[in-house]
Structures are given as structure tokens and as C-alpha cells.
Design a protein around this ligand. Sequence first.
Ligand code: 2IT
Length: 445
Amino acid sequence: MNVEKILTDLEKKHPGEVEYLQAVREVLETIEDVYNENPKYEANGIIERLVEPDRILTFKVPWTDDNDKVHVNIGYRVQFNGAIGPYKGGIRFHPSVNLSILKFLGFEQIFKNSLTSLPMGGGKGGSDFDPKGKSDREVMRFCQSFMLELWKIIGPETDVPAGDIGVGAREIGYMYGMYKKLAQEHTGVLTGKGLNWGGSLVRPEATGFGGVYFVDHMLKTKNIDIKGKTVSCSGFGNVAWGAALKATELGAKVVAISGPDGYVYDEAGISGEKINYMLDLRSSNQDIVAPYAQKFPGSKFVAGKKPWEVKVDIALPCATQNELNGEDAATLIKNGVICVGEISNMGCTPEAIEAFQKAKILFAPGKAVNAGGVATSGLEMSQNSLKLSWTREEVDVRLKQIMENIHVACVKYGKQADGYINYVKGANIAGFLKVADAMVDQGVV
Ligand code: 2IT
């Protein structure tokens, strides 16, 4: 495989799709050796077939606001790869959404879903719609209009969307309602559903919980106890909430958390009602963390800055892609960071990853660390198929086991001669092999 040639060709076909090309480059560079060791992959055109989505649906989403004004957004679903199961992956509503972002997310999802060991292919969808500042009714009308197109290509055995940035329980509810009306059936067509209509316990906190379980395994490889360690998180949505809850439960102290307006530093630790307050802020549609410092004396709000300048043992990017760059990485390293677990998708830039790896810091990528979210979606699908609901403990035990298995797989394929674990390489190879072998088995389709 000639990585540079593949990437140059790809760039010609898809100019300007920077996030997508970044995600593809990272995977190709790390699987190059195993690819070349197995001639069957080249013989079956695996890379050429893997880097292009199976299909992309783009559609217009017209909706009316509370003042009767008509708006038009763009909706997308990228069905990337279905070799090991129905397409599976979230839906993102954010003004930054474009095809490059959804293709990078869909591409990453292939390997992440493969790592969970559950039968799920990779997909992603979304819209440039911004739910911030919209009323419930406006969000409802948007979701209904979005589903009016999307429902044609999804189904419990074909493509099962879920939430992502800007899509939570409320949006899933409105989309599910419209799907059910159109398809005239109750099915597990979406995950992240409400608990009394097919949802799974632990799904809301699963991405953050799974992330911290994974980080705990990373620390254990160096005999480090998470207890007493300081943690910084970016983001204050569902993911950061789950991560803060679990980190606190395991005895770590979350001292910094951020929103788009800056970050909050709280030496006493952001736990209990403080964590819930972050979610209240989010659901009040303000999308800011500044009020936290007024409510909880002793904490400090730092405007316009990222939390990576705070000295901590563990850093957890939980917000969005490329939110931690080379400079941030250098600051964290200078301040003695031990472990960085990406809970957001592609949260670190290539420069940041290189810096962490060079400094031999424990670093693991989103497709391993945040796989607990989609894994628990997979468990929701299993429960829907069985028409059963598992207890919180049953789901949590499975989630823990899945995260442990992903860690084992990363170590198996990522451990270097000097003992350092390259989790990026490990996750990419482990995720790739299963999908590539399935594609070989199934022929050129
Ligand atoms: O990035 C992700 O893995 C998600 N947004 C969750 C996807 C899912 O299908 O649960």
C-alpha cells in the first residue's frame, strides 16, 4: 500500500474534506504493516473499498419557526460500511456539520464499532441545524421534517442512528415518534430511546463511564491508581457528565470543566450537585459555564480559554474534533500529565498525538476510549430484539467487559518493543482486521 498515493488520489476526489482526510490518514498510516503482510487485502481492493462510503443521502430539511418563518437546513446520512452489521452511528445537529465532518465520523465509527465486538457497521448522520436557542416545538418540527426523509433508508436491520452533539433524548424522542408514524411499527430503529419506550439503562452515561473504565485500564498498565488523581474535561454535555460522575466515583477529582465560553476551575472538585448543575446549564439552552463560578464559591471562571492549561494528572477531551492541539499537548506535558483519554471523536490533532507519543504519555484515541457509548447502543439493540430490559447492573457489567476487551485488543496490536503501548495503532489494527476479513469473506460488493 502506498499511503501517500492513496491520500493524494482521495484528496483529488474530495478536495477540502480536511477532517475526513485526516481520519483516513491516521488509519492508513497505522495499518500499513498488517495490510502489506496480508496480500489478500490488496487482492480484494480492501482499502479502496473501505475509504469510500457505501452511500450518502443528502436532503433538504425545511421547517417553520415559532414566528412562522420558513428555514431550510441540509440533512445527511452517511452509510459507510456494513460488512459486520447494520450501519450504526449517531446523528449530529450543529452549525459546523458538513460532509467532511460526517464522513470522518462515519469512517471512525467503522473501527470503533468493530472494536466493541458487537455486530455493527459504521455510519453517521446529521444536519447543520443549531438546536441552541430553539424552542421545544421548533426542535420538534425540525426533527419531524428530518425524519420524513431519513426514514426511507433506516431500519432496525439496516441502519440504526443514535444521538451525538446536539441530539439527545429529546431529539431522539421526536425523531422516533415520526418514524413510528411513517413505518407503522415500534422497532429498535434508533438508540438512546426513553426508558419506557425501548431505551436501555446506562445508555445516557455510557460514553463517559466507558471512557473512564478505559482510562483506568490504561493507568493500571503502569500500576497507577486513579484514586486521588486530578482530572480536566472539556465539554459539559452528556459525555463530560458521565465521565465526571464515574471519575469522581472511582476517587479521582475533576478540577476543570469547560464550555464554549471558557472553563471553570474548582480546586475542591466538581462532584455531586455541581456536576448536575452543569447539565442544568446546558439544558437551559445557554451553552455557557460562566454562571457556575457565581453559584459555587471557591471556583474560578477563566473566560475564552481551554482547560488544557490547568495542571492535572488526567486530561479528558469530551467536546469535539481537534479540540486539543500541539500547543495544548505541550502545556499538558510540561505540567506533568500522566494520561490523556480522548472521549470526543478525534479530539486531538495529529500534532498533539505525536507529542504525547513522543513523551511516552499514556494516550488513547476516541475510537477506543469512547466506544462504550455505541457499545451500549448495541446492548440497547440486543434488548429490543429480545423484547426484554436488562437491569442497570447487567448493562454495566457488559459495558465494563467490553471496555476491558477493547483495552486488551489495543495492547495486543499496539505494544511496541520498548513496552510503550501505541493505542492509536492498536485500536486501528484491531478494528480494521475484523472488518477487512469480513469484506474478503463476502466478496467484491
Ligand atoms: O460517536 C459515537 O459513537 C456516538 N455518537 C454514538 C453512536 C451510537 O450509535 O450510539
